[in-house]
Design a protein around this ligand. Sequence first.
Ligand code: T4K
Length: 369
Amino acid sequence: MDTPVYVVRPFLPDLDQLMPLLEGVWSRRTVTNFGPLEQELSAKLNAVFASREVLLFSNGHLAIEGMLNLLEPRGEIITTPFTFASTIHAIINTGHQPVLVDVEAGGLGPDPEQVEAAVTPRTRAILGVHVYGVPCDTDALDAIAQRHGLAVLYDAAHAFGVQHNGRSLIGYGDASAVSFHATKVFNTIEGGCIAVNSAQIDIDACRRYRNFGLVGTDVQGQASNAKMSEMHAAVGLLNLDGIDAAIERRRSLAARYNEAFKGVNRFAPLEPRSPNASYYPLQMSGPRDKTDASRAELIAHLNDRGIFPRPYFSPALHQTTRFAPLAAGKSYPRSEQLADSVLCLPIYDSMTEAEQTRVIEAAVGWASE
Ligand code: T4K
């Protein structure tokens, strides 16, 4: 059996480079709770995102919760069902109510028209998701938020390295939450951050959420424990040095896939394409009710050859047990169509040409059967 090719492999620094940083951590004996490496990484990322402040978190999920926790009183948060479970869990965990709208035609973010129609006196924020790093319609969402006095927040879990109108996509919205999980373009193994962008955001409240609500010996507000350790920050600092080359490598792999799939008619690269090549989603062709079955065939064909793509995000979240009640009889046809037809092929900076050739030959071979 060939060695497995997974949908992603973590981008990791050389152990030789990591050891000196860990020796420093060991000798200082400050291993967590805002040590010097944590502070250095947050300052560097703040410069990369051109945000007002970056607060590092132990994972991207708690960073989303940290943003939503700022919104008082609790109310409705408008988002989409074509996302990872984290987005909607975070809304519910912080005491808000998710209100689902479909994704926009030809895009992956919330449909602005449906967002505006969903606004009620209880709406607090729009939580857009830049799925695969594809920007939401930031101008339209800002305009709606201004008209109705709402916050615009982004689940920017996939957005590291994306430039939008000449600046980091993570700098958009009142705040954005980013994931630095091992499966992401930039990772700290587990980790994440809130990039605070607007002056409206209470940075101290974000800090308190991350650290038990502590203010000296007092405890204030709903809170969690979401601090990033020094070891995670060390990995992040080293990965940050190599990130531009890693994204370039991903983009060249994506370009090779694009070339290889020209003329294939059973699937095509999804439009719009992932700008940071954080994922390589294909979309199955053919009648709407057949894509799920043809995708299952393609997955089985690839699995038999030791290749493990993933249908991120299928099912759409309103089709899951936990979140089905949110749909209350409504359907989200664009999200459902995406959920029934997308398949993310393996892509990661350390992918070899031989590994990619295996994926291409297997996928094209299946399509020409
Ligand atoms: N919002 C959105 C839109 C998100 O996509 C996510 C996370 C979040 C919020 C929350 O951010 P975090 O709290 O996670 O920071 C993975 C990731 O665990 C998750 O971070 C990610 N989105 C989601 C889309 O994908 P799984 O359950 O698919 O992961 P898993 O363990 O099956 O890994 C996928 C493949 O990656 C494996 O087949 C092999 C490879 N892999 C994975 C790990 C963990 C490795 O080679 N090494 C590894 O250490 O969720």
